[in-house]
Design a protein around this ligand. Sequence first.
Ligand code: ATP
Ligand code: MG
Length: 184
Amino acid sequence: MVGIPGVGKTTLLSKIVEIIKKHGKSVHVVSFGTLMCDVAKKNGLHDRDELRKLPITEQQNLQKITAEKIAALTEQVIIIDTHVFINSPGGYYPGLPENVLKIIKPTNFVSISAKPEEIYNRRMKDDTRNRDKITVTNIKKELDIQAGMISACSVITGSPVKFINNREGKIDETAEKIINAVGV
Ligand code: ATP
Ligand code: MG
């Protein structure tokens, strides 16, 4: 499951986990960023928001180790909560480059979107993160990059991508739509 910050991935996933458990399946949600941060902390990093400022070769190495940890999970349903690109000083860096996709082999992609103004407001509500400068214009641009990056993931893996609009106040409905699309 991918989407730009504040689009609602983590919120949707807590609902989705409830539904999958009701269906009697074992499920594991893994935040790629959090797991990668844990790996990085063992290598001396302190703050999550420092991750994307590391040299690309270091990020690539941490990504690979993280992907290998995810590939080793054994639950029936494994959902990765991730950004499909990261704002790095050199430009947009892929959250799921080809080598990572080859390790984790995703069966489905879900790309979460919402109205730029809604994403803006959702980001403003959450002041726990050290975010980049937020404007609606920037959010629109990020949604375009997201669409391009996730399409590339689909082509590389041959797995389908479902585009989902996380409408304001419609978390339950949106979670059901995702479950039906992926078939879990
Ligand atoms: P990040 O990439 O930064 O982790 P995220 O995609 O996981 O972001 P969330 O933390 O799930 O985003 O949601 C951001 C905020 O938006 C939260 O305050 C959440 O309650 C709110 N939110 C999410 N979905 C909806 C919705 N459909 N309607 C209203 N508010 C929502
Ligand atoms: Mg989140």
